[in-house]
Design a protein. Structure first.
Length: 235
């Protein structure tokens, strides 16, 4: 028997169904009952004191559990509401009013990410949306050619949300760094499903979540020597 099958018993809904909708809401682990009860007990019995008696540190503890999935170190992951919010936080660190103001993005990117970056045009950003004739994969050569000396940010998913296509993130990161651009690597669909080492990849920023694994979570983390990793977590 496959050793992984023993974990099915930890998810009550799997006893009576085959659950394939992790993208919307993951199957709840049995241990959540105890965790939610402990949280409610702290709130009910300690009130506001619960913050200084453990709640403040909860985000760090959750981040440290996620870190090994993506090759991050303990204490490096910052938790936020969702990946779009994280990208907004990162983008707010950059000035789009100069000559290096281009954002290169694929038209296969997650919709809310596209909405956010298109809105940055009112702040001076030039958005180059690289179209793909194939709904499954990006045209890598075309995408790399769009990244030039005027490019500031390259937000790209390691695994495309619609097709599960694995993007050659290393090629994109290498090209961006050769021309001085920054890469925001979205590993939401990749974390826990394919091997990831954000430090080896050298992405300037890594963002993602663990919703496909269990419950919703999104995070941000410092990655390369000049970079940072971020996760979005809503647990």
């Amino acid at each position: 028997m496959d050793d992984l099958l023993k974990w099915r018993g930890e998810f009550p809904i799997l006893e009576r169904s085959t659950y394939l909708i992790s993208n919307s809401l993951g199957a709840m682990p049995r241990g959540v009952y105890d965790s939610m009860r402990a949280y409610a007990d702290s709130w009910g019995e300690r009130g506001v004191r619960a913050w200084e008696e453990g709640w403040w540190e909860m985000a760090v503890a959750v981040g440290d559990k996620i870190a090994p999935l993506i090759g991050a170190n303990p204490g490096e992951i910052s938790l936020h509401q969702n990946v779009t919010v994280i990208q907004a936080v990162i983008a707010s660190c950059f000035d789009f009013r100069g000559p290096r103001n281009k954002i290169v993005m694929t038209d296969l990117e997650f919709p809310s990410i596209q909405y956010f970056y298109h809105e940055q045009r009112r702040l001076g950003a030039r958005v180059e949306l690289v179209s793909s004739s194939d709904p499954v994969r990006i045209d890598l050569d075309k995408f790399l050619a769009a990244i030039d000396e005027t490019t500031l940010l390259v937000p790209i998913s390691h695994v495309l949300f619609r097709s599960s296509y694995i993007v050659d993130a290393q090629a994109i990161i290498d090209r961006a760094h050769r021309v001085g651009a920054h890469v925001i690597l979205d590993v939401f669909q990749a974390a826990g499903t394919i091997p990831i080492d954000v430090r080896s990849l050298g992405a300037d920023f890594a963002v993602g979540g663990v919703l496909p694994l269990t419950e919703m979570t999104t995070v941000s983390v410092p990655v390369a020597p000049r970079s940072s990793v971020t996760w979005s977590v809503s647990v």
